[in-house]
Design a protein around this ligand. Sequence first.
Ligand SMILES: *Cc1c(COP(=O)(O)O)cnc(C)c1O
Length: 235
Amino acid sequence: MTVSENLQVIISSLPAGVTLVAVSKLQPQSAIMEAYGAGHFDFGENYIQELRDKQLSLPSDIRWHFIGHLQSNKVKYIAPFVHLIHGVDSPKLFREIEKQGQKIGRCIDVLLQVHISEEDTKFGFSESELLDFIDQIKEHPLQFVRIKGLMGMASFTEREDQIRSEMKQLSSLYHQLGNQYGGKTFGQVLYPYLEMSILSMGMSGDYPLALEYGSNLIRVGSAIFGARPPKPSST
Ligand SMILES: *Cc1c(COP(=O)(O)O)cnc(C)c1O
């Protein structure tokens, strides 16, 4: 199957209101152009240098999602154009995004990453860290960063009950915060900064389950583009 056929199959299976981010990390620009030619505009990348190269040479109406682990000192490279940063996993990174947004006068949309998997290697706030962090930022109006929702990655396992319980946890946290803060404005802030309109959950292997738990943004790579080329040691 070609890239555009794969896209077609996945998109036609999605409920209304679900965004598909085509994860193009390590894939050649030609693969992105094939999807773009089929009318797809949302792409996800994990590596800063690769994203910068692609953004420079590919069409300017592509919406670039940064879905990898972002180091604070790299924020400045993507701040001018990134559509959504999915993996904000620390107050430090959050502050840096705010600072870079202020520098260029752009409000940057982000998701807070929650650690739901049982693996130590996946980044993110624990549930209690997240609630503490939200209590902190409530005190200060934010102008240059907007929290659109939450992102999480379930464990990479065959055990469906494990995946389900992790997804359920993230989904209830999302709805809890949405009920508490979603759509409300604070003080002089012009927009709700805890918008809670995006739940980014689900990849090639588990997105049908994620949809059951109310995900409205799925990040799918290999099911669209096929297996990824190996990661070069320099990225
Ligand atoms: C690579 C990656 C994906 C896509 O993975 P596939 O299994 O190829 O669909 C999704 N989300 C994140 C955060 C990733 O790093």
